[in-house]
Design a protein around this ligand. Structure first.
Ligand SMILES: Cc1ncc(C[n+]2csc(CCOP(=O)(O)OP(=O)(O)O)c2C)c(N)n1
Ligand SMILES: [Mg+2]
Length: 556
């Protein structure tokens, strides 16, 4: 970094300073010069995919899996607008993604004509992103450009949400002054600071209630993960000895093979023993869960407020007291320093699965798939499970990744299409081999991005559940043909795209296919044929509950 340098070069130097290694993108004429600067020697490693939604999901998967900022670069308009859905997902699930878009330069703005790729007004794209980011700026002033980049990136980190920078194409080569504090800075980004006095009091209040409780319970939410607290939360849980659950969104934030781990809680739809244990708790310590309908099955908080301590969004609610300016990091660290009574309870892990199949030659059912995936993961290290939206989002809740393996899913925003590209980004960032659980419908959205895997030396295993359509809705539609999708030759496509394709319809075949996939160096698509009316246990519960809620009272 130099005191005066072209804006494009400053961006590269800045991103490298904060530890960014990769940039995900697709160029266009309004961004090409910037794109080429990112990709120059000693710049960033460029990852291009076929379609912007895939690019956005890949950057998001990279950010989720590594805990770093995922950076995307798109062209103005057609590219920027194509990126909206993945960024909306990152926004609602608190993933730090930085969107860098090109934009028309001054000259063309002055022409008074419409500019190609423009939607309503030149600023429309910026306004759309204002709605989906925690900080959005157009860089149109050389004097303040460096400080603006710095401010947006710091906000992205502090909030763990996306940010947006629009860079007019005539700004890329413009020489900009770099403030001295940015030049001297070591690149460390910081989270929000708390008010120490409030932290101390919230901790005292919490410890007193915890020590008086007889049946406490710990819920680990997504903020514990996003704010990089997994180790501290685990130590705290072990000191307290209370059973632990995660939410749907935070599955993977607490080790799934830990003796205190009970499973995924989703209100009344939880495995019955887990639902009962949470209902019987006289204190629920909730560390970072967002209050979503997914996690609470659309009901008010499971525990009455008097029984709940809830740290999220920079505040802690202890019963009816609210401590503002208490960040979850400081709160958890404060609790680690407090005297806490150690509870002892025999904790049993719960899922929603029936016993495993005894006859391995019979036709596959969804629950067999889950048993086989668990069996496969049980003996292996280094896998990362990525669950797509659709039946697999709920099915995946019954998958147990042991030995420090990861788990990623859009457990709340739930966009189809995240799976395959999200897995590519995650493998790029961590090196862990993804096992993607995808429906056939979701695979038809972004699955073909798997064809990019060989270019980057990536090798996910993609399990495509071929049930002939969007079958999660089957229990609630009267005309099932509305859910049909065309039959793609998934396994054959995989072969044509440079991977291994396998097709299975029996339990033993799936077991053999997974074993073969583990031995295969390229990516693998395993197409599993299932009946259209077969669904995972959690989807059955979820769809029935959601249909009950959707029913309106008949008008009189
Ligand atoms: C982008 C997007 N569009 C639509 C939906 C609504 N939706 C949720 S699940 C689903 C069908 C999933 O089908 P498939 O991937 O085949 O999974 P299945 O339930 O059949 O196993 C749809 C259309 C969504 N979640 N995301
Ligand atoms: Mg399907």
């Amino acid at each position: 970094m130099r005191p005066v340098m072209p804006l494009g070069d400053f961006l590269v130097a800045y991103l490298r300073k904060i530890g960014v290694t990769h940039l995900f993108g697709i160029p266009g004429d309004l961004v090409i010069r910037l794109f080429l600067r990112f990709g120059k020697r000693h710049g960033l490693k460029i990852v291009t995919l076929s379609h912007e939604p895939g690019v956005g999901f890949a950057a998001d998967g990279y950010a989720r899996a590594t805990g770093r900022i995922g950076v995307v670069c798109v062209t103005y308009g057609a590219g920027g607008h194509n990126m909206v859905n993945p960024v909306a997902g990152s926004f609602s699930e608190r993933v730090p993604v930085l969107v860098i878009s090109g934009g028309p330069g001054d000259e063309e703005r002055k022409l008074g004509t419409l500019i190609h790729h423009q939607a309503k007004e030149v600023e429309s794209q910026f306004r759309i992103y204002q709605e989906l980011t925690c900080a959005a700026r157009v860089l149109d002033d050389a004097h303040t450009a460096a400080a603006t980049v710095d401010e947006v990136v710091r906000t992205v980190w502090r909030e763990q949400q996306p940010g947006y920078l629009e860079i007019r194409r005539d700004m890329v080569e413009r020489r900009i002054p770099v403030p001295r504090d940015i030049l001297a800075w070591d690149g460390t980004l910081h989270f929000r600071r708390s008010d120490e006095r409030k932290v101390a009091e919230a901790v005292r209040d919490t410890a007193a209630r915890f020590n008086a409780a007889r049946r406490p319970f710990t819920m680990v939410g997504i903020e514990a993960f996003r704010f990089k607290l997994q180790r501290e939360v685990r130590t705290l849980a072990e000191r307290m000895g209370a059973p632990v659950a995660t939410t749907v969104l935070s599955k993977g934030a607490f080790p799934m093979d830990h003796p205190l781990y009970m499973g995924v809680h989703m209100g009344k739809l939880s495995p019955p023993a887990l639902a009962r244990r949470v209902e019987r708790a006289d204190l629920v310590l909730d560390l970072g869960a967002l209050p979503t309908d997914m996690d609470r099955s659309s009901r008010p908080p499971v525990a009455a407020r008097e029984r709940e301590i809830w740290a999220v969004g920079g505040r802690v609610d202890v019963s009816h007291h609210t401590y503002t300016d208490v960040h979850i990091r400081d709160f958890v660290r404060g609790l680690l320093g407090a005297r806490l009574r150690r509870h002892r309870e025999r904790v049993r892990y719960c899922d929603n699965l029936p016993p495993p199949p005894r006859v391995l030659t019979r036709a596959l059912q969804v629950t067999d798939v889950l048993h086989e995936v668990n069996r496969f993961l049980g003996g292996r290290r280094g896998y990362l499970v990525v669950a797509e939206s659709g039946d697999m989002l709920f099915a995946g809740l019954d998958v147990r990744v042991a030995r420090g393996g990861g788990y990623l899913a859009q457990g709340y925003y739930a966009s189809m299409g995240f799976g395959v590209p999200g897995a590519l980004g995650a493998q790029i960032g961590t090196g862990a081999r993804p096992l993607v659980l995808s429906g056939d419908g979701a695979f038809q959205m972004t699955g073909p991005e798997i064809a990019q895997a060989p270019r980057y030396g990536l090798n996910p295993i993609v399990l495509v559940i071929n049930n002939g359509g969007w079958q999660i809705f089957r229990p609630v539609v009267s005309r099932p043909e509305l859910l049909d999708i065309p039959p793609w030759p998934y396994a054959r496509l995989a072969e044509d795209w440079g991977g291994l394709g396998l097709r299975v319809s029996r339990v033993d075949e799936l077991r053999a296919a997974l074993a073969e996939a583990a031995r295969t160096r390229s990516f693998v698509v395993i197409e599993a044929l299932l009946r259209p009316d077969d669904l995972s246990p959690v989807s059955r519960k979820y769809i029935a509950a959601s249909a009950r809620r959707g029913r309106t009272r008949r008008a009189r």
